[in-house]
Design a protein around this ligand. Structure first.
Ligand code: BG6
Length: 314
């Protein structure tokens, strides 16, 4: 892996897949993944967070708030925060766990130069002593982020329970993906018809989705339970469709948009920015994952985007 001080936007076209270190805002280190077709993605070591994913024209596909705070130990509003380890009934700042607030290590045991067709990075997170006081579980979290030759973005998470006292480790997990959309009112989330959901705006009331496509004209905060593994997000204005393919170990999908009033209360989101984002999160949050000591859990999601000019099913 080589080193650079450029950002993903300024990166010159590459001749082969590459993973290059970059120093960005506030000196935070990231790794820029590039593919010869012009595709790129950027992964911040702080949070193990994907903060950029671009198509071959250089268009940003993920939303990052203009007011996002790139400073430890704040969560960064946008991209793909990893929400782990989270627990049922956690609220407030604890709601999304500490993984997004820690520096992840690069796994140097994996030689990227041996990978001929992938731009990828392997990161590791282990709890600090302070983390163990709050969450008394020894674990190792291995995250692989891969930018495919066709521009698709894959993330694989492997979490091992390393508790030496034989205790199980119980947690919730989500890839909190912020998709960039041109105008939220032109967006539809498809694949959730007839699926039950908990409406977080109605005290987790259980409802059944009736719409073929979920559309937005006010705040939405829902957990869809035991969903199909393929979900799509259509943007009628930009005429493109994102597809999420998730592993069945991530049974749920969270759909969230804060709308105007909530956005106004958020210090790291510009009021009108709610219009440019939708969170559709591959997750395991409806019920907890319980990992026996010595066992490993794997959760993957695979994101792709298809312009309508290429026709359905590209
Ligand atoms: C969503 C939750 O996943 O994330 C919402 O369902 C929450 O309830 C939102 O408001 C943002 O969370 P945070 O912790 O990043 O502000």
């Amino acid at each position: 892996m080589s080193s650079s001080s450029s950002s993903a936007a300024a990166a010159p076209p590459v001749e082969k897949p590459s993973a290059v270190f970059s120093i960005g805002i506030n000196g935070l280190t990231s790794v820029v993944l590039s593919q010869p077709g012009g595709y790129s993605a950027e992964v911040l070591l702080y949070g193990g967070q994907v903060i950029s994913w671009k198509n071959k024209r250089g268009d940003e596909l993920l939303f990052i708030s203009k007011k996002a705070v790139f400073e430890p130990y704040n969560p960064i509003r946008g991209g793909i925060p990893i929400c782990f380890p989270t627990f049922i009934n956690n609220g407030g700042t604890e709601q999304h766990g500490f993984a997004r607030l820690r520096y992840w290590e690069v796994d140097t045991s994996i030689d990227l130069t041996t990978s001929s067709d992938k731009a990828s990075i392997d990161l590791i997170l282990r709890p600090t002593n302070d983390d163990l006081l709050k969450c008394p579980n020894q674990f190792e979290f291995r995250l692989r982020v891969i930018l495919e030759p066709n521009g698709d973005l894959k993330m694989n998470s492997h979490i091992s329970n390393l508790n030496s006292d034989g205790k199980p480790f119980t947690f919730l997990f989500s890839y909190h993906t912020y998709f960039y959309v041109s105008e939220i009112r032109e967006v539809g989330v498809e694949g959730l018809e007839k699926v039950d959901y908990l409406d977080y705006l109605q005290n987790k009331k259980r409802c059944t989705e009736q719409a073929e496509a979920i559309t937005f004209d006010s705040e939405v905060d829902r957990v869809y339970l035991n969903t199909p593994d393929i979900i799509s997000i259509t943007d009628r204005e930009l005429k493109r469709t994102f597809t999420i393919r998730k592993s069945s170990s991530l049974p749920d999908i969270v759909v969230w948009n804060p709308w105007e009033e909530k956005a106004r209360e958020m210090t790291d989101l510009d009021t009108i920015e709610y219009r440019e984002m939708v969170c559709v999160e591959a997750a395991a949050v409806g019920s907890e994952i319980t990992l026996k000591a010595g066992d490993e859990w794997t959760g993957t999601h695979h994101l792709s985007v298809c312009p309508w000019t290429l026709g359905k099913g590209c």
